[in-house]
Design a protein around this ligand. Structure first.
Ligand code: PGA
Length: 229
């Protein structure tokens, strides 16, 4: 399975160096691990580790002070980048049209996008979430060659960092639609941890997990991997 580790805006330089040292001792079985640290630490990652960026700029290279372009990320050796993580919209006010530009930048720089897509609590309770997710995905992928390589991460917005996880049946409605429509690898993310992985690994049509909180604590992550194998 794919196990992607989203560090978000955590760790100082000393802390990430310690983490990277300890990470070498992790038993990852045969899982495809993808490390996703804060962008400034990408050059600290050793060559044998597959890594991704948490985000890329919606702009190409040029006079955009503070932006980190997809091309720059690619030049550091990244394979993947997250696109459209819900914290970009809920906390940084970015809308889908910006995510679409970022997606185009990722593709044109040969980064494989991990497209995050999710529903709000209201959409989930209203029961309209599968349609809403398809609508958002279709918008993001409009004018894009669907045969391109990308991964989709279903992350219910209300599940991220909250400890609230939808039922397997609810998750499957989305993962099955995504698999049938786009035929790509599908991840689940949102409060997945060492306690609920026994249950979550039964979800149909998933190829792995996108982990936030638990990715920061290697002892819990090891427990998670032990149960996933
Ligand atoms: P979480 O985060 O595992 O802490 O819920 C997942 C994510 O934001 O990708």
């Amino acid at each position: 399975m794919i196990v992607a580790l989203n560090h978000k805006s955590n760790f100082t330089k000393d802390e990430i160096l310690k983490y990277l040292e300890d990470y070498k001792n992790l038993n990852t079985y045969n899982h495809e691990m993808i490390l996703i640290p804060t962008a400034c630490y990408l050059p600290l990652i050793e060559k044998n580790i597959t890594f991704a960026s948490e985000d890329v700029s919606s702009k190409e290279m040029g006079a955009y002070t503070g932006e980190i372009t997809a091309k720059a990320i690619k030049s550091l050796g990244a394979t993947y980048t997250l696109i459209n993580h819900s914290e970009r919209s809920t906390k940084m006010n970015e809308d889908l049209s910006i995510s679409k530009k970022k997606l185009e930048q990722a593709f044109s720089s040969d980064l494989i996008p991990i497209i995050c897509i999710g529903d709000t609590k209201e959409e989930h309770e209203r029961g309209t979430y599968v349609d809403k997710i398809k609508e958002d995905m279709d918008y993001l992928l409009s004018d894009i060659d669907k045969s391109k390589d990308f991964i989709i991460a279903y992350e219910p917005i209300f599940a991220i960092g909250t400890g609230i996880v939808p039922t397997n049946l609810d998750i499957e409605k989305v993962t099955t639609m995504l698999k049938e429509t786009y035929n790509k690898k599908i991840l689940y993310g949102g409060s997945a941890n060492e306690k609920n992985i026994d249950e979550l690994k039964q979800v149909k049509n998933i190829d792995g997990f996108l982990l936030g909180g638990i990715s920061l604590k290697l002892d819990f992550l090891q427990e998670f991997l032990n149960k996933l194998q």
